[in-house]
Design a protein around this ligand. Structure first.
Ligand SMILES: Cc1ncc(COP(=O)(O)O)c(C=O)c1O
Length: 404
């Protein structure tokens, strides 16, 4: 039965269901139906949550940490977050300036919902993580997308940033290592951007450092406040345990920022989820305070996978793939295949055609670049074994060779 006219919230009419979740679901369904499908669409590590973290959660259950907690997170976790920011980023945040939420996504959601008014602009460099523009739209804001290029390594340039800022700009959402491109910024590249922001005191920065620990080849990750402390009073530094500690299902994200903003985010949270899961919070304390020994070998495994995928994709006809410094994604161009005819007889006109035909013909699930605001590209998540990646890339090579 259709819903009554006018029942749907206008705000919901402005947004799309997450396209990455849609592709992951499609691949899972095809697999369940018996098709030989390799899923490279999901944005999560294939590694398991380390045992010390699981044990901390089990202990929390036995100790009765099973009740509501403070909205903004348990004091032990807020202290661990403040210590992490000092230890790894040299940023001084008091525990009262930290905030814990059910996933990094909720941090962004709370910050934008707490601050956006109709017409407020949110600058989002593209390709972007799919949720940024939609969360801004849900909050009544206006995403202002700045397209980057393969040639610039998908990095935002200071000139483009300066040009996009208007009196209505409220936030810049800045993410590195990037989902979906893996792009990172050196200290100098970052300084050039923060210099622009220093000229515009009304613009706040939400820096999404979720993939901080996943950088390769000796690349040194630097966050915004490490290069420009002058932005301290208008920066929200967001991070989480989902990717680094392979804890996507536990739903814990965290942030540090000005106390006045944290108070607003707390207000949103208090009327939505009330608090993050008590048990997951205990696990996150162990993640941040416990051994960090597994991070380096895991990053090494990701680096090998990146090198394999980049090399094999660049050998596929019509594909150009940059070699990014971080995260577990690559963002190859499929421009060289546009206008060609797929084995099914379908002419490839867009990256949606490309990913649909690739899935149908070779059973490889990837996500179209247009979902991330820049086509014709596609995103591959290489968070799976080298054997599976080799198989998937061979299939992509075969598909491309068979497009005439
Ligand atoms: C760039 C980026 N930020 C934030 C998130 C959200 O992380 P969480 O699973 O903790 O909500 C993701 C997850 O895919 C991401 O890729």
């Amino acid at each position: 039965m259709p819903l009554p006219k006018g029942f749907l919230a206008e705000s919901l009419g402005r947004i799309q269901p997450s396209p990455t979740i849609a592709m992951t679901t499609k691949a899972r369904e095809l697999k369940a139906a018996g098709r030989d499908v390799i899923g490279l669409a999901a944005g999560e590590p294939d590694f398991d949550t380390p045992d010390n973290i699981k044990e901390a959660a089990i202990k929390a259950i036995h100790d009765g940490q099973t009740k509501y907690t403070a909205v903004e997170g348990i004091p032990e976790l807020r202290a661990a977050v403040a210590a992490k920011f000092k230890r790894e980023n040299n940023i001084d945040y008091k525990p009262s300036q930290t905030f814990v939420a059910p996933g990094g996504k909720t941090i962004i959601f709370n910050a934008l919902l707490a601050t956006l008014n109709p017409g407020d602009e949110v600058i989002v460099p593209a390709p972007y993580w799919v949720s940024y523009p939609d969360i801004a739209l849900l909050g009544g804001g206006k995403p202002v997308v700045i397209e980057t290029t393969l040639e610039s390594g998908f990095r935002l340039t200071p000139e483009a940033l300066d040009k996009a800022i208007t009196p209505k700009t409220k936030w810049l959402i800045f993410n590195q290592p990037s989902n979906p491109t893996g792009a990172c910024y050196t200290r100098e590249q970052l300084k050039a951007l923060t210099d622009v922001l220093m000229k515009h005191p009304h613009v706040w920065v939400l820096t999404d450092d979720m993939y901080e620990h996943l950088v390769y080849g000796g690349f040194q990750f630097t966050t915004v406040l490490e290069v420009e402390l002058g932005l301290y009073d208008r920066t929200l530094t967001m991070n989480g345990v989902s990717k680094a500690y392979a804890m996507t299902g536990w739903r814990i994200g965290y942030a540090g920022g000005p106390e006045a903003l944290i108070t607003l985010m707390r207000k949103v949270e208090s009327q939505s989820t009330s608090n993050p899961c008590s048990i997951a919070q205990a696990a996150a304390v162990e993640a941040l305070n416990g051994t960090q020994e597994f991070l380096a070998p895991r990053a090494e495994a990701f680096q090998k996978r990146r090198d394999l995928v980049v090399s094999m994709l660049n050998q596929a006809t019509g594909i150009t793939c940059a070699k990014p410094e971080g995260a577990f994604y690559v963002y190859p161009s499929c421009a060289g295949l546009m206008g060609k005819t797929a084995p099914s007889g379908k002419v490839l006109e867009t990256d949606v055609d490309f990913v649909t035909e690739l899935l149908e013909t070779e059973g490889v699930a990837v996500v179209q670049g247009s979902a991330f605001g820049l086509g014709p590209y596609f995103r591959i998540s290489y968070a799976t074994s080298e054997a599976v990646l080799e198989d998937a890339c061979s299939r992509i090579q075969r598909f491309c060779a068979n497009c005439k």
